[in-house]
Design a protein around this ligand. Structure first.
Ligand code: NAD
Length: 419
């Protein structure tokens, strides 16, 4: 893995450029590449200790317990298009270090990075025999689930349910990382300068095409007008990454299908009384589809934009009168990936965060799980299934524990037949 890391670093520009070709955004392509390098570094440091042999006493003094860790032979990874390189490797790296062979089926929507990446793998003896990329669409993904001993799937809830059913038929473990509709609650005491900047970033980076994007913002009534004014002003300060990727921060919609979802949700919200303060439409420029950061008010939970994953740079903002109401609104969803709470009082923020039904809550920031990978977390509700992909538990998903129960003295056990 360390050898591969050096080879990846020597192909850094080529890999980033090809990601930019498929996704139209620059900063996030760099983040993806750097994320792969730091993931290799972190797991190479952690794995030896996590996999070191254990020996323990038991309740019976002359029986000792030793454990062997047995990797699953072949792990399958199926990944989406929103971070094509990073999400194809995020689970693969700990699985390889656990001792598994890995077959990866990345999204068919963003396949250009595969060939140059496979060439780097081919040049590393030891790695090339245990790490394979398989190209194709959903049919190939379904075929992968039929062949592997464990499956890690990242994608939509609809496909995740199909993968879970196929895995259940074969009785293989399935780890599912699915969609989200993350809420942010901003309490009256929050630092508005900080909260508006953090939530703008948390909502529109990668053009909102992030599973843990903030997709709903709930504001204490007393700060509503001030917050919306600041958020709209900051949102208008962001530019499209057009005509060149250096022109701005907001890349195009990567998958064409998202344009229809964004348009439908915005049109429905406006029909039901929502007000658009900036952005608000999908634009076509040179054959690409784009959407500027969009702030919406006068929204409510009868609207799809508050209930269904958008996967676009849309910030619907809604006031609340009491903390009880804010928590109820945050939890009024089938999703439970992550969220955010803002307050000047850490204890108050943590109390509110403890009542949100989701696996990771950033306090006074947004989407921190993008950069902080140490914290073990589970997805709640329909946002996922299975052990944590973050923290030490992530690598342990790929290992079975075998117990050796060793008699250390030549004694008769009291429960033996007395013959
Ligand atoms: P998708 O479900 O359409 O596709 C994901 C992958 O599954 C693709 O590689 C696809 O080819 C494959 N696939 C399709 N049908 C399959 C089948 N029957 N069996 C096996 N594989 C099949 O999702 P998408 O549009 O590529 O990605 C966007 C979704 O991913 C969003 O909902 C987003 O929230 C989610 N996502 C979640 C996380 C997370 O960590 N929770 C991270 C990124 C994206």
């Amino acid at each position: 893995m360390q050898g591969w890391k050096q080879i990846l670093l020597s192909h850094k520009d080529e890999l980033i450029n090809i990601l930019v070709t498929d996704t139209g955004r620059l900063w996030e392509s760099r983040v993806e590449f750097d994320g792969v390098i730091s993931t290799i570094t972190r797991w190479c440091q952690l794995a030896p200790e996590l996999m070191s042999p254990e020996e323990k006493t038991t309740a019976i003094p002359y029986i000792r317990l030793k454990h062997q860790l047995v990797p699953y032979s072949l792990v399958g990874i199926i990944s989406p298009w929103n971070f094509p390189l990073l999400l194809s490797l995020f689970d693969a790296i700990p699985a390889l270090l656990a001792g598994c062979a890995v077959a990866i089926k990345p999204s068919e929507i963003t396949p250009r990075f595969i060939q140059p990446l496979v060439e780097t793998i081919a040049s590393v003896p030891g790695l090339r025999d245990v790490l394979a990329y398989v190209e194709g669409g959903g049919d190939i993904g379904a075929a992968i689930v039929e062949k592997v001993d464990l499956i890690c799937f990242t994608g939509s809830i609809a496909t995740g349910k199909k993968v879970a059913a196929a895995a259940a038929k074969r009785l293989i473990p399935a780890f599912l990382e699915l969609g989200g509709k993350d809420p942010a609650i901003v309490l009256a005491s929050a630092d508005l300068e900080l909260a508006t900047s953090a939530l703008l970033w948390g909502s529109v980076s990668n053009t909102g095409q992030v599973c843990k994007s903030i997709e709903r913002i709930y504001l204490a009534q007393s700060i509503f007008a001030n917050f919306v004014e600041k958020l709209v002003e900051k949102a208008k300060g962001l530019q499209l990454a057009y005509p060149s990727v250096e022109s701005g921060q907001i890349g195009p919609l990567i998958a064409e299908k998202q344009a229809a979802i964004i348009t439908e949700q915005l049109e429905e919200a406006v029909c039901k009384g929502a007000i658009i303060h900036c952005g608000g439409e999908v634009e076509e420029l040179d054959g690409g589809l784009w959407c500027r950061p969009t702030v919406l008010t006068q929204v409510n939970h009868s609207m799809k934009v508050m209930r269904e994953e958008t996967f676009g740079p849309i910030m619907p903002v809604m006031p609340f009168a009491t903390i009880e109401e804010a928590v109820n609104l945050a939890n009024d969803t089938i999703y439970g990936l992550s969220g955010a709470v803002f307050s000047a009082e850490q204890a108050e923020a943590l109390e509110v965060a403890s009542r949100i039904e989701a696996g990771a809550i950033s306090i006074n920031d947004a989407m921190l799980t993008s950069f902080v990978h140490e914290g073990e977390k589970n997805s709640f509700k329909e946002s996922g299934l299975g052990g944590s992909r973050m923290g030490p538990a992530s690598l342990k998903r790929f290992l079975r524990k075998k117990a050796f129960l060793v008699k250390t003295e030549s004694l008769r056990d009291p429960w033996w037949f007395n013959v």
